[in-house]
Write a protein that binds this ligand. Structure first.
Ligand SMILES: [Zn+2]
Length: 382
């Protein structure tokens, strides 16, 4: 058999298969065709030497904003996600029921990045800075959301709600959007994804009360009101209970939602995020997020083992969205998405969302990206 692509000489890190070893990976017809200790004798149209590098499944970013040209948060997905190793992304509520068909037709269907979505319970989605998505409570429209989900079930994974009490989210709708999101998600049989910073409630307890196994709490390490810790810096009991019942705690770094003190305090108390996501958007693309690999790099600095950190951007998010076996792994038969990384040593400035800098000793840099069994981008960008 002649493979389309052979990646040889690298160290395969594939947590779904519990593999961390020197392995060659071959692709044919868009999928992983072979994984072996030495495939160098095989015929392939293209051979990539990954000597000295890590080879991983394409990363999955559960929180990005890629409704470019319509949502004020939107970045173009291919240069910012796919080219940097996030082969599958989930847009977290940039579009609502009134704007989703355009998001699908003009962004999702024409991008090389595989894009799935959480539908905002606000029918307008995240359109402008001037009018908050819940400026009027009527934007939180359950029946419109349900109709849109039925038309796009193949790519809508759940219902997103943001609860911040400010002018770009909600000055007057209170906690109503949370309950509307729950209602729409329940009617559709899907989970909710919640952004909780500075919400209209006393504490995160009030939000977690509404959340069940399979729901996603994003921005879990933010430093604002409604965080995962109490006044003494202890992890709230409601957080441990929510984790026990299967609520997914997701990083969603963003421009205001990753606080070194909170994440260090949480990890010291044994609390880890289940998934690592970027919340990549216009206001953090040029720092402090840059890309998903940089967020993973921050967890390496925090002492998380590489294989565990990689699992949180590959096998675990694949499970969360019900696509395990297809994406998030390089097992034979999986879709052919892969990343070749350099793990560089040095001294790297890692800023949180508040400008506090830690110096990391390692940095994960994507050098080659494979999508559907073909090289999408090759070469060192930075
Ligand atoms: Zn977001």
């Amino acid at each position: 058999m002649i493979y389309d692509l052979l990646i040889k000489g690298g160290t395969l890190v594939d947590p779904a298969q519990k593999v961390h070893a020197a392995k060659d990976v071959a692709f044919a017809h868009g999928v992983v065709a072979a994984v072996g200790d030495d495939l160098s004798g095989a015929d392939a149209h293209e051979v990539l030497d990954a000597g000295g590098c890590l080879v991983t499944p394409g990363m999955i970013d559960l929180h990005v904003h890629v409704f470019y040209g319509v949502s004020h948060f939107g970045v173009e997905p291919d240069p910012t996600c796919l080219a940097r190793g996030a082969t599958t992304v989930v847009d977290a509520g940039s579009a609502g029921a009134d704007t989703f068909p355009g998001f699908r037709k003009f962004v999702i269907e024409v991008s090389a990045t595989r894009i799935l979505a959480q539908l905002n319970i606000s029918s307008q989605g995240m359109l402008t800075r001037e009018i908050g998505e819940f400026e009027i409570p009527e934007y939180a429209d359950v029946s419109k959301a349900c109709q849109m989900i039925e038309q796009h079930r193949d790519i809508i994974l759940g219902v997103k709600v943001r609860l911040t009490r400010n002018s770009i989210v909600s000055e007057r709708s209170g906690m109503l959007p949370l309950h509307r999101a729950r209602e729409a998600a329940d009617a559709a049989g899907l989970p909710i994804m919640v952004h909780p910073q500075s919400a209209w409630c006393d504490s995160l307890d009030d939000i977690l009360k509404v959340m069940r196994g399979g729901d996603i709490l994003t921005h879990c390490f933010h430093g604002a009101a409604c965080g995962i810790m109490d006044e003494q810096g202890r992890i709230r009991r409601s957080v441990r209970e929510a984790m026990d019942r299967g609520v997914v705690f997701d990083v969603g770094h963003g421009a205001g939602s990753f606080h070194w003190g909170v994440v260090e305090g949480a990890m010291a108390q044994g609390v880890q995020p289940q998934t690592i996501s970027s919340d990549l958007h216009v206001y953090n693309l040029h720092g402090p997020v840059y890309d998903l690999a940089t967020v993973v790099t921050k967890f390496l600095h925090l002492g998380m083992p590489l294989d565990e950190a990689m699992a949180k951007v590959t096998s675990v998010p694949a499970q969360v969205i019900g696509m395990e076996g297809k994406i998030g792994t390089l097992a034979v038969g999986a879709w052919g998405d892969a990343v070749v990384f350099e793990l560089r040593d040095g001294a790297f400035r890692l800023a949180d969302a508040h400008g506090v800098v830690r110096i990391g000793k390692q940095k994960l840099v994507p050098v080659t990206v494979v999508r559907g069994g073909r090289v999408y981008r090759q070469g060192r960008e930075n």
